[in-house]
Design a binder for this molecule. Structure first.
Ligand SMILES: [Zn+2]
Length: 111
């Protein structure tokens, strides 16, 4: 498998596993819609929900040679490469800072 051949690797294992598990298949003897073979979700441009988020994480964390290997083996398609280009200029849905003070200081003081 191309994705696991490199020893140093920032891609989370779950992302690689999800990319392998969630594969499309056609219903109705090859005439119907594409569906996910693993979770049964409808297959969109980036696959099902799990495959889409796995592809996004893979693209965010993989090195360039890893990305090329995944493209060649078909684990990632050129459409997936655009996933990471999504950003929100307005800052909508950005995580807010926690209202609580950081616990790190208290933990160190207690030791
Ligand atoms: Zn799936």
């Amino acid at each position: 498998m191309a994705l696991t051949s490199l020893s140093r690797d920032a891609v989370p294992a779950w992302a690689k596993i999800d990319l392998q598990l969630h594969q499309p298949y056609r219903t109705w003897f090859g005439f119907g819609r594409l569906r996910c073979d693993w979770c049964g979700e409808r297959w969109g441009r980036h696959g099902c929900h799990f495959r889409g988020s796995a592809a996004r994480h893979f693209i965010a964390t993989a090195t360039v040679p890893q990305r090329e290997a995944a493209l060649l083996s078909g684990d990632i398609n050129p459409e997936d490469l655009r996933l990471h280009r999504r950003y929100r200029p307005t800052g909508a849905h950005r995580r807010r800072p926690s209202p609580w003070p950081a616990p790190a200081l208290g933990v160190q003081a207690a030791r």
